[in-house]
Design a protein around this ligand. Structure first.
Ligand code: COD
Ligand code: ZN
Length: 376
């Protein structure tokens, strides 16, 4: 491509600090160095985790930064040494990379590559520098991805090539929300046919857990949310019942225990609230229940619970990105979508041009949208 090797000037949504709207700016994107890939982003979803940083709930991040981690795009150029990607390839950036060399990557039981930036928030490429500048200042990247920009640069371990015919206006959701929820059900909990599940939080991630529980053959899927306007969509996607804790005087775990002969087989926390994490743990059966923590809680939050809760036989576990080994498994998730093994259509409630990104955040904060997809 004629832009290869050159600095590209393009549009991006820059976060200059917490509690401020994103600012649409012209930025410069440097060419990819060795083992890096420059991508033209085609579509990106707005995820609650992006808002955790903008709203100041997670404080470790450095500014200015280009947020966004649920995107899809087309390779513009590749740096030296990149052998598995070429210009024109359709790709999904990966906020959990897969280096295939570290202890996690070599273990069949982990997907949390040592080279991930989730929780560390260093915000730089593997070589310790940035490819973005704006108004003469370097701009940090966000969890190995940065998709709120027309062009981004990622390390080759943080990008997966997907099918040439993949529907790009949908598969961006596989970069975070869908895969995180779906994998939490099918891969982390390993929901079995005929079982009972409770899903706390019916946002994009929780609804994807519902889709996963249904695909796994659960016979009861109970949605739990403080916002009853989420229930219709949850039922459309597979929830068999929905409960609003506000409609009950007793704690939600007692309501669920009564409904399910002493507790559900699997509970999922998809909110990021430490109080709900304990409720979710108490809601699963004392002898054979499993609780999966999916939500990301605010910085420095701690959970405390009675150890008897697990001593009697409950299991508590968690995973990022649904436990999927990103570079290996995202292409398969895309193929499964194309083969109609599942659908993400129900998660997409809004589409907006990229410039309307702040409107997209408003829809998420006000509980109006599940996923807004921004198109460039
Ligand atoms: N009880 C019941 N429901 C509640 C409560 C409560 N106390 N509080 C909020 N809710 C409901 C809200 O009404 C809403 O419907 C839902 O919970 C949350 O949905 P959203 O739309 O705000 O959030 P999602 O589904 O987009 O985001 C999911 C998480 C909140 C889990 C968020 O932490 C996340 O995106 N996690 C992704 C996991 C990850 O690994 N991210 C890494 C990047 S940092
Ligand atoms: Zn690794």
């Amino acid at each position: 491509m004629e832009t290869a090797g050159k600095v590209i000037k393009c549009k991006a949504a820059v976060a200059w600090g917490p509690h401020k709207p994103l600012s649409i700016e012209e930025i410069e994107v440097a060419p990819p160095k060795a083992h890096e890939v420059r991508i033209k982003i085609v579509a990106t979803g707005i995820c609650r985790s992006d808002d955790h940083f903008l709203s100041g709930a997670i404080t470790e991040i450095k500014y200015p930064v280009i947020l966004g981690h649920e995107g899809v795009g087309i390779v513009e150029s590749v740096g030296e040494g990149v052998t598995d990607l070429k210009p024109g390839d359709k790709v999904i950036p990966l906020f959990v990379p897969q280096c295939r060399e570290c202890r996690c990557c070599k273990s069949p039981n982990s997907n949390l590559c040592y080279k991930n930036d989730v929780g560390k928030y260093i915000g730089l490429m593997a070589d310790g520098t940035s490819r973005f500048t704006c108004r003469g200042k370097p701009v940090y990247n966000f969890i190995s991805t940065s998709t709120f920009t027309e062009y981004t640069v990622v390390d080759e371990i943080a990008v997966a090539k997907i099918d040439d015919n993949a529907p790009l206006d949908k598969v961006c959701l596989l970069g975070c929300g869908f895969s995180t929820g779906y994998g939490s059900a099918v891969k982390i909990a390993q929901v079995k046919p005929g079982t009972t599940c409770a899903v706390f939080g019916l946002g994009g991630v929780g609804l994807s857990v519902v889709i996963g529980c249904k695909a796994a053959g659960a016979s009861r899927i109970i949605g739990v949310d403080l916002n009853s306007s989420k229930f219709a969509k949850a039922k459309e996607l597979g929830a068999t019942e929905c409960v609003n804790p506000k409609d009950h005087n007793e704690p939600i775990e007692e309501v669920l225990a009564k409904m399910t002969n002493d507790g559900v087989d699997y509970s999922f926390e998809c909110i990021g609230s430490t109080a709900v994490m304990v409720s979710a743990l108490m809601s699963c059966h004392f002898g054979c229940g499993t609780c999966v923590i999916v939500g990301v809680s605010p910085s420095s939050a701690k959970v405390s619970f009675d150890p008897l809760l697990v001593l009697t036989g409950r299991t508590i576990k968690g995973a990022v990105f649904g436990g999927f080994k990103s570079k290996d498994e995202v292409p398969k998730l895309v193929s499964d979508l194309m083969a109609n093994k599942y659908s993400v259509d129900g998660l997409i409630t809004h589409r907006l041009p990229f410039d309307k990104i702040n409107e997209g955040f408003r829809l998420l904060r006000e509980g109006i949208s599940i996923r807004t997809i921004l198109e460039f």
